[in-house]
Structure formats: structure tokens, C-alpha cells
Ligand binder design. Structure first.
Ligand code: ZN
Length: 88
């Protein structure tokens, strides 16, 4: 004679708990002027005023209003792949 046990999630309202996996959101920074991703942060460009400045290696743009792309992990990996071929 078996004894059936009611799962805890049924006792607590009948909703089966689902482990929700957060979808990774990856940021790709791009130059707002030419759209190149060859941007890097400028460190200590000016004393006390060099925080958060970005510079484009391609068109020499610099500033704070960097352009951002939000992509999935898959797209980001693809982006890194493509980028990896260009960087020596
Ligand atoms: Zn640029």
C-alpha cells in the first residue's frame, strides 16, 4: 500500500515553480559617429574630468555619449568571433 504525497507546490496554490533563467543581455559599445566598435575608454584624459570618456580608434571621435547595442549571448559570441578575426 503506497502512500501518495502531495507535492509542496500543489499545497501552496498549485503553481509549479519554474526555474527562470535570465536571458543574458550583452552590451556592445559603438561609435555614435561612424558605427565602429573600435572604441575604448579614455583614462585620465584630463585631470579630474577624464571619467567615462570614450574614443573611437577609427574616426577619432571622443565623448561620453557612446552608442550601445543590447544583444543576446548568441549574438555577442558571434560579434566576438567577427571581432577576433580583425584584431591582430
Ligand atoms: Zn568612429
Amino acid at each position: 500500500m503506497g502512500k501518495l504525497t502531495t507535492p509542496d507546490w500543489i499545497l501552496k496554490g498549485g503553481k509549479k515553480p519554474v526555474k527562470k533563467k535570465e536571458k543574458g543581455i550583452f552590451k556592445i559599445r559603438k561609435c555614435p559617429k561612424c558605427g565602429s566598435d573600435k572604441v575604448s575608454v579614455v583614462l585620465g584624459a584630463e585631470e579630474g574630468n577624464g571619467n567615462g570618456e570614450w574614443e573611437c580608434k577609427k574616426c577619432k571621435w571622443s565623448g561620453k555619449n557612446i552608442s550601445m547595442d543590447y544583444v543576446s549571448e548568441e549574438e555577442f559570441m558571434k560579434y566576438l568571433d567577427e571581432k577576433g578575426e580583425e584584431v591582430a
